[in-house]
Structure formats: C-alpha cells, structure tokens
Design a binder for this molecule. Structure first.
Ligand SMILES: [Zn+2]
Length: 380
C-alpha cells in the first residue's frame, strides 16, 4: 500500500467515486501536525486509537443502513486500523502533516493521501468520499528554488509545503535528477568561465528541470545583479512563473533554512493569487450559496472560492444532484424527492472538481464572510 500527494487526477477520481448501490465510503482525516507534537510515534498511536474509536462509534450510529453495509463498514474500520498500525511509523507519516484515508471494501477502495498541512481529525460516512478538507488544502503544487552565487548554482524542488532534496549530483553539466523526484542539483563555474556563460548554464539547469517537472512557482536566491543577468537567459514563459528574488548564496544551507527564507515571498504570492481570483468573481462571478449552487449545477464554474471550515446543510436530488440550501421537497428538474445533505460545501467541491474547476480556499482574505463563505468565478 502506497501513500501519495494530492494531485488533480486523484481529486478527480475521488470526486467522481460512488459507493456501490446502498454502500458507504469511510473517510478519515488524521492530524499529524509536528507543531502539536503529533509527529512523535507514541502520540500518533493515541491519535490513531481515538480516531478509529470515533469511526467505530460513527459506524454503530448509522442505524438506517442494511446489515451488509453495516458489516462492510465495520470491516473497513478494522482494515484501516491494521493498515495504520503496520504502516504509519513505517513510511506513511514521513513528511506528512496529516493523512486522509478513503475506504470502501465492497468497491476495493483503500486510498491514503499525504497532506502537506495539518487538519482536524474527522470521520465521515457517506455514499461518496468526503473530499472537502482535501480540496481545501489543495493540490500539492511543484515549485523550485534556484540559488546562484559567483561560482555555484543549486536547484531545490518543492512539493506543497515541503522543500526537500533527495540527492545531490554535482558536475560541470548540471547533473541529473534522482529517481526520488525531489532533487538538489548543482552547476559549477569552471576556471576562466565567463560570468555570462555561467548565468546561461544556471538558467539551463532550471529550464531542463522544469521540462521534467513543471513548476508552478519559481524563486531565485541571488544578488540583484545576478538576478537581472539570469532573467535575461530565461524564456518569457519561465520568467512569468518567477515570483521573486531573495538574498542567498548557493552554499549548503539546509532546505528548511531556505524554506523559512522564502516563506514571505510564498505568502505574498498566495495573497496576490487570492486577490486575483476575488477580482475575477467581482468581474463576472457569483457570491453566496443561492447563486453559486445553480452555477455549479449548470457547469459554469472556472474557480470555486471557499472560506475555510464553513459547513452548510441542505438538500440534494439523488437522481440529478440538483442542490439547494432551502427546504425544497422535490427537485425542480426531475420531480425526484430531495434528500438531506449534511454539508453543501462538500457537494460544491465534488461538483466543482467534476467540471475541472479550480478550488481555492481563501487563507489570506475574508471577503466571503458575508456571502455564506462561497463564491465562484464563471466560465460563461
Ligand atoms: Zn433532480
């Protein structure tokens, strides 16, 4: 059994997964926040036990389920307990600030997703995987840091909140990437090499790595003078993804130290991206549940914006998935009897991902506080 990061493909697969007729999916979120001491194995064990005890109680509380579904859920809880006992200290927790698990024995579903940010422990039992907390954290984007000083260029690769290096290869041709994906690469200036030629080589190191793993964001640690020289050797397309420069040499500072240095630039970039998305809502979008739900149903959404942690109960049509926050008894589309849904934000995220909309959780703006915590920029 393997863990993996949040990817668009995985979100897509989970958003469209349905338990076999009458069945249920068990979704679990396990917090492993190092800042809350949950990285220590003994504390982890306590957290696992209390989460699975909660899952067991939730399963017993599902009184309307038929016997087979009940038995399948009990089996899912016990399978999850065994898998966590076996794997949590042995790889699954490594580098993760939380885990999301989606289990449905009858459909042979057992997915473990590593999350780059902590989440609250949660248990969900529903006919679909509960992906709202996962989507709120978002896809773990790839990004890169290029460090350049007079003699060395060094490239590090980030994924989500992490910045890591798995291997170092140093030679005059820029080196190769390691099989592990996260890689540190170096490019060294030879004796007598012109500064311009060296800058060109450093730019090439970045270009070649980007060709293998497209970076959403690029940060450059170097002097003002080198920055200008480097940018002149990058294509416009790469330059557009450079979000800023910071002061650093290419010496062997740890990835953690570099991660701390770039944090303000990453935060500033996040603030800009959120503002741009809110501006797009202002230009041609909708705010509030009453307007956003129909836009989602009509597949018109380009970006779904959410305030973190908001929950809204409502009703959903079991046939066509029309949703409403009002107490509609029957679906206006097909006349089907509506079913209660504990959280329409979960529904909104599933439907947004089905139509390949971007889901953005607003961490730096509270513009949606007066709009039910939900808005959408529209495609048309
Ligand atoms: Zn309907």
């Amino acid at each position: 059994m393997q863990t993996s990061d949040v990817s668009p493909e995985r979100l897509q697969r989970l958003a469209t997964f349905e338990a076999p007729a009458g069945g249920r999916v068990l979704s679990l979120y396990l917090n492993l926040d190092p800042a809350a001491n949950l990285a220590a194995p003994v504390n982890r064990q306590t957290a696992v036990n209390s989460l699975l005890d909660e899952a067991g109680r939730a399963v017993e509380g599902e009184e309307e389920l038929d016997h087979d579904t009940h038995m399948a859920l009990r089996e899912d809880v016990s399978r999850t307990r065994d898998a966590l006992d076996e794997n949590l200290d042995d790889g699954w927790a490594e580098g993760a600030h939380a885990l999301a698990l989606f289990v449905c024995g009858p459909a042979d579903l057992f997915e473990v997703v590593r999350l780059p940010r902590p989440v609250d422990n949660r248990v969900f039992i529903a006919d679909r995987p509960s992906i709202e907390p996962l989507a709120e954290i978002g896809v773990a984007d790839r990004w890169a840091v290029l460090l350049v000083d007079g003699d060395d260029a060094r490239l590090l690769e980030g994924r989500g909140d992490r910045l890591e290096e798995a291997a170092t290869i140093s030679d005059d041709h820029g080196g190769r990437s390691s099989a592990g994906g996260m890689s540190a690469q170096r490019y060294e200036r030879h004796v007598g090499m012109e500064e311009k030629q060296f800058a060109k080589g450093a730019a090439e190191l970045l270009r070649a790595a980007d060709e293998r793993n497209r970076y959403e964001r690029i940060l450059i640690g170097t002097s003002d003078r080198y920055y200008t020289l480097l940018l002149s050797h990058l294509s416009q397309e790469l330059r557009d993804r450079v979000i800023g420069r910071f002061d650093a040499g290419a010496d062997w500072q740890s990835p953690q130290a570099i991660r701390e240095k770039v944090e303000p630039l990453l935060q500033m970039d996040e603030t800009h991206r959120e503002r741009a998305a809110l501006d797009a809502v202002g230009a041609s979008g909708v705010r509030g549940l009453a307007d956003t739900l129909p836009a989602l149903y009509e597949r018109r959404v380009a970006t779904l914006l959410l305030e973190p942690g908001v929950e809204r109960p409502g009703v959903v049509c079991p046939r066509c998935r029309w949703a409403s926050a009002d107490e509609a008894r029957t679906c206006p589309v097909d006349g089907e009897a509506m079913r209660e849904h504990p959280n329409l934000i979960e529904w909104a995220v599933e439907v947004a991902i089905e139509q390949r909309a971007e889901v953005m959780s607003l961490r730096r703006h509270n513009d949606l506080a007066e709009h039910d915590g939900i808005a959408a920029a529209l495609r048309f």
